[in-house]
Ligand binder design. Sequence first.
Ligand SMILES: Cc1ncc(COP(=O)(O)O)c(C=O)c1O
Length: 369
Amino acid sequence: MDKSANHARPQPRAGIMDIEAYVPGKSAAPAGVTLHKLSSNENPLGPSPKAVEAAREAAANLALYPDGSARRLRQAIADVHGLNVGNIMCFNGSDEALALLSRIYLGPGDEGIHTEHGFLAYPIYIRANGATPVVAKERQERVDVDAILAAVTPRTKMVFLANPNNPTGTYVPFEEVRRLHAGLPRTVLLVLDAAYAEFVRRNDYEAGVELVAANENVVMTRTFSKVHGLGGARIGWCYAPAHVVDALERVRDPFNVTSTAIEAGVAAMHDRAHVERSVAHNETWLPWLSDELTKLGLRVTPSVCNFILVHFPEEGRHSAPAADDYLGARGYILRRVAGYGFPNALRMTVGTEEANRGVVAALTEFLKS
Ligand SMILES: Cc1ncc(COP(=O)(O)O)c(C=O)c1O
């Protein structure tokens, strides 16, 4: 094709072609091998059976548009979390919340800060709105609040903090989050992305509810994709000050959450036993995996999430890509994280007992090879 003719076709806005498209976790295994998908931090127990049943029942009414305000889902979230329903909004995955917040608060000339190994969606949404991503260095795979504060300029409009963070699995104690907030200008929106909050069992962790309630410039985002096992239903939500909800209401799609997702979400939110089972499963297998992988001589980043970052030797035959190929051929699909600044690591979701034991056995063989 004649490249010189490119000017004669529609051109994306400045910044769009600088975006590196998000690469989702792989989900295929070679023929004849059982697939264990450990690449997207999904729940190995699956969703609550009550959520599946509710979605099935809702499917009988697919001719009708959903309730655009997702009132039943917001009410379920409000009841379970003890929140004001008017400050809750639901989305097509928490990704949509992050995208819409970026659309509202960022434009050309603005800056959005994210951390060195932060969730890769942040720079995508920052650039998609013509703004500039600014990277705050981390320290030993942990968010460094001072580095974030040092990155603030008069152009800063948003700070994205995944707490706990993906793919490191580390978290920022809440006193540090408060210190971060206290150091930010009140015109900067602090987004606390708490996608993995339910898994954290630490006394000094909070997802951010009180900080949102007490301030005009903090939003907390949450998801049904992780502990609730509903990644395919695409449900996220945020807890936000009224003026942010007001702005979000103006830009969101009128029917951004489907009727099946609303009903699945209501049932999942109320099935606390399933949430507890899912967290208990993680509580058993996260330390087991950490210990076993460490015993194999692999360094793991201490995780409070449902996944673990495993580091491989920089040199020689036992590199992360080689391990990924070896595991992949046996049906264990992990996540390469070079794009997150970890070329020598793989991220592994805590899986079923069978998958966890299988990965450790396969890595034992791999490291002998
Ligand atoms: C830190 C973080 N935030 C947000 C998301 C997006 O979740 P969803 O759009 O499925 O709600 C993910 C998914 O991997 C994540 O790891």
